[in-house]
Design a protein around this ligand. Structure first.
Ligand code: GLA
Length: 382
């Protein structure tokens, strides 16, 4: 699948710019559990997948840079010394942001041309943005011999998202996309930014995604609001991040925070604990426990953290009615995107059909089902 993407960007690049490009594949990610815990210095459990962004990139001697998003049929020309964010929501901000953050680190890059094509829809909660950012920083690092480590590259990608895209994201997406390991999920400590790989082989079960194909518009501002709420409660508790708090600690400030912020902080503390338990459950091959943690995660995201939506809740409710699904929850930032389902292999196809029908009946729109493979992180394609 990614082979076709690579072929498309390569051929278009040669046609447009008459030279052989460097080719990069940068994956999107899933997350088994640990949602909104990353910017609280907590644990997450993502994995890179076999869907993402293909990029073709090469130096340019035309005196300016060109970036082309093939999926959007959109071309943008720019000069390296005149970068500023484009209007909100523009795809080129991911490119500009990465270039600006590289320059902020006093690394020198020259003009370049780049062409992208991807197979994760934006808004799916599968980090197409991080995949795009990582493809740019990875490609430029290689082309201009910048000597950046992978850890430096993901910080550049993350800063691009903060300063050019306007989402104060954590580090999970960029990390998973960059450091992914085939057939493994990464139990990532977002404080040390180090992870332990877990080989994922659920034998008779698998992880299946269902995309609601909606993205509610409040998602970016709501995301930043959640982050600020968490930070203000940490400050009140005199700790660096909510990762350091227990439920008992939180009790001590119950009178100083709104009931809704109290629930949000409580969710983070509980979700972090669930993510640690989930790693143990996988070690012990206890899929029942893993599944129940996943359901609890959704309940917390929906009722306490308030980042779900009707479409996601509906799909999780459908899953709960099926005894072959051990766990299901919304995945990613929320307000749309995918659910992740821990489902018996034998049941996956038929549930995909029934859930899709029910979804169409209820909302009048189609949802999309993705069967995924856990894959390696951002890499050069020879
Ligand atoms: C988005 C952000 C991540 C993370 C998730 C929620 O994907 O980019 O940093 O916070 O939401 O877990």
């Amino acid at each position: 699948m990614s082979a076709t993407l690579i072929k498309d960007v390569k051929e278009t690049f040669i046609k447009e710019f008459n030279t052989e490009p460097l080719l990069i594949f940068s994956p999107g990610r899933i997350n088994i559990i640990g949602e909104h815990t990353d910017y609280n210095d907590g644990f997450v459990f993502p994995a890179a997948v076999n869907k993402g962004i293909a990029a073709a990139v090469q130096k340019s001697d035309s005196g300016s840079c060109t970036a082309i998003a093939l999926d959007l049929d959109s071309t943008i020309k720019f000069e390296l010394d005149k970068l500023k964010p484009s209007k909100e929501g523009s795809w080129e901000n991911y490119v500009f942001g990465v270039v600006a953050e590289i320059q902020n680190r006093n690394k020198i890059i020259g003009d370049f041309n780049i062409i992208f094509k991807g197979n994760i829809p934006g808004g799916a909660g599968m980090s197409s943005s991080a995949a795009l950012e990582n493809s740019v920083v990875f490609g430029l690092n290689e082309l201009f011999d910048l000597g950046l480590t992978k850890h430096e590259m993901i910080l550049i990608s993350q800063k691009a998202e903060h300063n050019y895209v306007g989402v104060n994201c954590g580090i999970m997406d960029q990390y998973a996309s960059m450091f992914g390991i085939k057939d493994n999920a990464l139990h990532l400590d977002c404080r040390t930014v180090e992870s332990k790989p877990y080989k994922i082989d659920f034998k008779d079960h698998q992880l299946m995604l269902i995309n609601t194909n909606v993205k509610h518009s409040l998602s970016d501002s709501a995301y930043n609001d959640r982050r600020s709420a968490c930070e203000s409660i940490s400050e009140l508790l005199g700790i660096k991040a909510l990762r350091d708090a227990t439920e008992a600690d939180l009790e001590t400030v119950i009178d100083k925070v709104t009931p809704s912020n109290y629930q949000k902080a409580l969710y983070i503390i509980q979700e972090n604990a669930r993510t640690i338990k989930a790693a143990k459950a996988i070690e012990n091959n206890d899929l029942e426990l893993l599944g129940s943690l996943i359901y609890q995660s959704h309940a917390g995201l929906s009722d306490q953290y308030k980042v779900s939506c009707d479409e996601l809740d509906f799909l999780v409710t459908q899953a709960k009615k099926n005894k072959h699904i051990l766990g299901a929850r919304m995945m990613g930032g929320g307000f749309g995107g995918c659910t992740i389902n821990l489902i018996a292999n034998t049941e996956a196809k038929s549930f995909a059909e029934t859930a899709s029908k029910a979804y169409k009946n209820k909302f009048g729109n189609e949802c999309s089902v993705y069967f995924i493979e856990l894959s390696e992180g951002t890499h050069i394609v020879k």
